[in-house]
Design a protein around this ligand. Sequence first.
Ligand code: PA5
Length: 467
Amino acid sequence: MARKNQMIALDVSPLANRKLGKYGLTRAQLNRLAPRVKRIVTRVERERGDGGHRYRELPHDRLMRQAVEEFAKALRPKTQNLVVLGIGGSALGATALHQALNHPQYNLLSRRKRGGPRLFVMDNVDPAHFAGMLDVIKDDLPGTLFNVVTKSGETTECLSQFLVVRNLLTRRLGREEAKRRIVVTTDSHSGTMRAIADREGFASLPVPDGVGGRFSVLSAVGLFPAAMCGIDIKAVLKGAAEMDDMVRSTSLQRNPAALFAAVNYLYYKKGLDLSVMMPYSNALSGLADWFRQLWAESLGKARNESGGKLISVGPTPIRALGTTDQHSQLQLYREGPNNKLITFLEVSRFDKDVPIPKAYKDQPALSYLGGTSMGKLLNTEKQATEQALLASSRPCMTIRFPSVSPHAVGQFIYMLEVATTIAAGLFGVNPYDQPGVELGKKITYHLLGREGYGNINALMHRERHQT
Ligand code: PA5
């Protein structure tokens, strides 16, 4: 049984603040939505029992975790650099776990202090960015492992990265050694990358059936790079499993995922369709980036779930960082259009705090800081920002982390994945597809001369009929 004080908590109490006026949220408004939420949670649990929502089972998949741990244990000692090749849901989870749970300057530490390989996640095909990574690793190719991550096995960006790396490895190390420097994480049965991995004999890890990119961080997709860098993936999954106990509840009071979804939905309906996630923690900002994709790609849809009715819905997720964005975004958030719901992420106890020494007794701008700490200053500024936002009727709430631990991060990931599924129920959309990204892919194929994509007019025509 999870200890309450170890659990992350969603605090929506500021939304009841009187200063919010018509931008506040009353218990009555939440109560009116509660029966719908209850029906959605009940339906999701039923569908889960029938094999749906497969990502929900990942925290309980002991065999998957053990396979990842064993793989990582064998490869870790001989790997100096781990390069993840993938994009979107195949990259953001690895980055989020790394940023949250590894040392903030991980790649700059000595190997002894890091414990694992340096990590590079190549979430793009920007040539300067990619060539920059190659510059760093090219002197130690035998010590570099490339993790090609693609659920579909078809994604242009990932496959082009793979072609570059395979060629480099084969030229420099020969075919046999090149093979040992690549691990493929992909669907176990289908896709071009699966076929290549099987044909060429690359080691591989499966992306479980029914688990799409943005819901895959708790599979080998996110866990293998994490385990390679020494992150306690068992604790991440334990946190997620404990959150699973909470998010099965049909009560809004007891289910933080349902509450998060309901609050976001109600504000969207009030016209506040921008959803800002603002961690007061650099470690958590990768998770806010990960959430940005999860929320946008899952909820932003033209048509309702059955595919019939044109509804064009979806909140726009935005990532900010406290205190940094107090000096960038806050002016807009307080005085610009009142169209944002702000979710702060707050850390109660930082692993390391930095005391601020006393000095300059005669200088009021400095003397009040002496004797406090950076952690205290950061959290005080969060509190101050919240009060300032409420004073100008800007709604905000907080997800509080007891500390940034693998256990808390696992809870957070799972809570927001489930919140996304529930929000999709409220918006009436399918959270697991992304039809809106297909046309751009096809036009790229056309422009680059891929076979079967010669007729651009036919592609456009088909698209017009589908949307
Ligand atoms: O969440 C998603 O489904 C997408 O963002 C994908 O992760 C992304 O497009 C990459 O796809 P794939 O993993 O198939 O290469």
